[in-house]
Ligand binder design. Structure first.
Ligand code: IPE
Ligand code: IPE
Ligand code: MG
Length: 238
């Protein structure tokens, strides 16, 4: 069975999961952590090389203050609790997004987790926080322009391959499979550039209910697809 090397997930549906149980939205975010653990373990078991999780978008700051605070508290606690275990499993943790917007305590823990795990050989776990696909493309363009200013690059040399080197997930395998839980069929400013030839999979399962059976279903769907990259089916078979 053909398996994706790089999977990205929009972990959506926590609020609705909580609402169904007449509980506050933060209860859903809390419950979603179990699905995050199960997803990471699934990738380690299957030898998936790279997992990119959308945890907090650049637009999520606009949510009610108490929800944003609850999420920040959750991130902080999760970092304190999980990093050592993930390190033990050989997971390389990376946070992608504009990290300068976070409180120093949180930022320091993110930096420490990245530094501690940077040489790990197993799963590359990328957690997108204060991330936006447009932000990613803009920061890549800015850094390429800075390289031009320093005389390391000429403007004429900037093509899609050069620009791609400045994007957040540059050195990882290309994105194979994009999963969104929670039933919405949209990208919500996630990995815009990297989605160019990813396979898209939408699940009605709410994120806290996403388990290995749901992940298996997504992988099976992916395996059955023919990726043509602009060519014809006949060309792909020969
Ligand atoms: C996704 O679940 C988690 C975050 C955006 C942080 P939601 O909180 O968006 O849940 P729904 O979409 O309202 O159900
Ligand atoms: C996308 O979900 C962001 C994350 C899952 C972190 P949203 O719930 O914010 O997306 P919209 O608002 O439904 O597009
Ligand atoms: Mg949502």
């Amino acid at each position: 069975m053909r398996q994706p090397r790089h999977v990205a997930i929009v972990m959506d549906g926590n609020g609705r999961w909580a609402k169904l149980r007449h509980r506050p939205r933060s209860f859903g975010h809390h419950a979603g952590q179990k699905a995050v653990r199960a997803t990471i373990e699934f990738c380690l078991r299957r030898g998936i090389e790279s997992l990119t999780l959308f945890a907090f978008s650049s637009e999520n700051w606009a949510r009610p203050q108490d929800e944003v605070s609850a999420l920040m508290e959750l991130f902080l606690k999760a970092l304190d609790r999980e990093v050592d275990e993930l390190h033990g499993y050989g997971v390389r943790i990376r946070f992608i997004g504009e990290l300068s917007a976070f409180a120093p305590a949180l930022r320091e823990r993110m930096q420490a987790a990245m530094a501690k795990t940077q040489a790990n050989p197993k799963l590359a776990l990328n957690i997108a926080v204060n991330y936006g696909g447009r932000w990613d493309i803009a920061q890549a363009a800015r850094r390429a322009a800075e390289a031009v200013q320093r005389g390391e690059l000429t403007a004429a040399q900037i093509d899609e391959h050069v620009l791609a080197r400045y994007l957040a997930l540059a050195e990882l395998p290309p994105l194979d499979l994009f999963i969104r839980t929670g039933g919405e069929k949209r990208v919500s400013n996630f990995l815009l550039w990297q989605l160019a030839y990813a396979e898209l999979y939408f699940s009605d399962v709410l994120w806290p209910d996403f388990d290995s059976a749901a992940f298996d279903a997504a992988i099976a769907d992916f395996s059955a697809r023919e990726r043509r990259y602009g060519k014809t089916s006949e060309q792909m078979k020969s």
